[in-house]
Design a protein around this ligand. Structure first.
Ligand code: ADP
Ligand code: MG
Ligand code: MG
Length: 309
């Protein structure tokens, strides 16, 4: 196996594929795709297309976007609607205020939250496919790709690897995984097929003790995405604040779940649904999964760990 490692999306990313003569070129093309996605979507880079759009658009006036940004926004808006706003890419202004991901956390006042809520809501964005434009009907919206960008990049890379007829691959973008084909490495080492015909055996960390494994899942040609509090939370006066925002009130989520892992054959859906389930809890989350299947035929499985208080 050969692999490439790089830093993007504020995390470590890795792509590993089977040994093949053009391995180095294929892996470097994978990194280029990841970087192109980051240059388009990075909310912390003023030069990214997404940042430029949020800075320069005029309310009510169509704003021209690249095909990549259009495709990204389209999936995001459809999923926000399907999740009834529990997943909402327009939480950017709230995320900035809370200082999520910056290390400088602030607890906003009710008045500040009310003002920020007026700049939030996926319903304010409409896409016009004929012109490849987006129309945002209020000012001050900041789109946050944090809950779906890594999944989006993984899907584009997986499409490329399939085009190149790669047989076996494993991608890990900061806890968003994708495993493709058989786990050749395991089979070579052990000389036998593992349970599930070469499926990859993935250990899911225990949210209450991330040094331990909570469960093993087998996956093949599937994305495995986990949302949990343990990596990005912050603490104030003994209280743990999660890095996810409840878009219905602008506050950080007090989830009944401690961690949720979603399996799906497209990584962007695994990424979005794991975030949505964490916000919604298990019962409402199940409805979202059912609706997604009914509407699109996309199947997802999940593994949830309840929060112990
Ligand atoms: P990870 O940090 O592992 O990628 P997620 O995929 O759940 O975890 O994405 C979390 C990020 O998404 C947050 O850091 C924030 O930038 C953004 N975010 C927070 N709350 C929401 C929400 N309700 N809907 C969409 N994006 C959100
Ligand atoms: Mg996510
Ligand atoms: Mg994620």
């Amino acid at each position: 196996m050969r692999e490439v490692n790089f830093y993007a999306y504020e995390t470590y990313c890795m792509v590993r594929i089977e040994e093949r003569p053009d391995g180095p070129e294929v892996l470097s093309a994978c990194r280029d795709i990841a970087m192109r996605v980051e240059q388009t979507l990075n909310m912390y880079d003023d030069e990214s297309e997404l940042s430029a759009m949020c800075r320069n658009y005029c309310p009510g006036v169509p704003y021209g976007v690249s095909e990549m940004l259009f495709y990204f926004l389209n999936i995001n808006l459809n999923m926000a609607e399907l999740c009834e706003g529990a997943f909402d890419p327009t939480v950017g202004a709230l995320v900035r205020k809370w200082g999520i991901g910056s290390g400088k956390n602030v607890i906003p006042t009710e008045a500040e939250l009310a003002a920020l809520m007026k700049r939030t809501g996926y319903q304010h964005i409409r896409l016009l496919p004929e012109q490849c434009t987006a129309v945002i009907d209020i000012g001050g919206i900041i789109i946050d790709p944090g809950a779906s960008g890594k999944g989006f990049a993984i899907d584009l890379i997986v499409d490329y690897l399939k085009e190149k007829k790669v047989r076996s691959a494993c991608l890990d973008f900061g806890g968003n995984l994708y495993v493709m084909g058989s786990n050749i490495e395991e089979n070579e080492t052990h000389g036998v097929e593992k349970p599930g015909n070469g499926a990859w055996n993935i250990g899911i960390r225990h949210p209450d003790d991330p040094g331990k494994i909570m469960a093993q899942v087998y996956a093949k040609d599937q994305a495995v995405s986990t949302s949990s509090w343990y990596e990005h939370h912050f603490k104030r006066a003994g209280h743990i604040y999660s890095h996810l925002i409840d878009p219905s009130n602008g506050k950080t989520v007090e989830s009944g779940l401690s961690s949720v892992t979603v399996l799906c054959d497209r990584a962007i859906y695994a990424d979005i649904i794991s975030t949505a389930l964490y916000v919604l809890g298990e019962e409402k989350g199940k409805d979202v999964i059912g609706k997604l299947y009914k509407r699109t035929g996309i199947q997802t499985d999940y593994l949830a760990c309840k929060y112990k208080r």
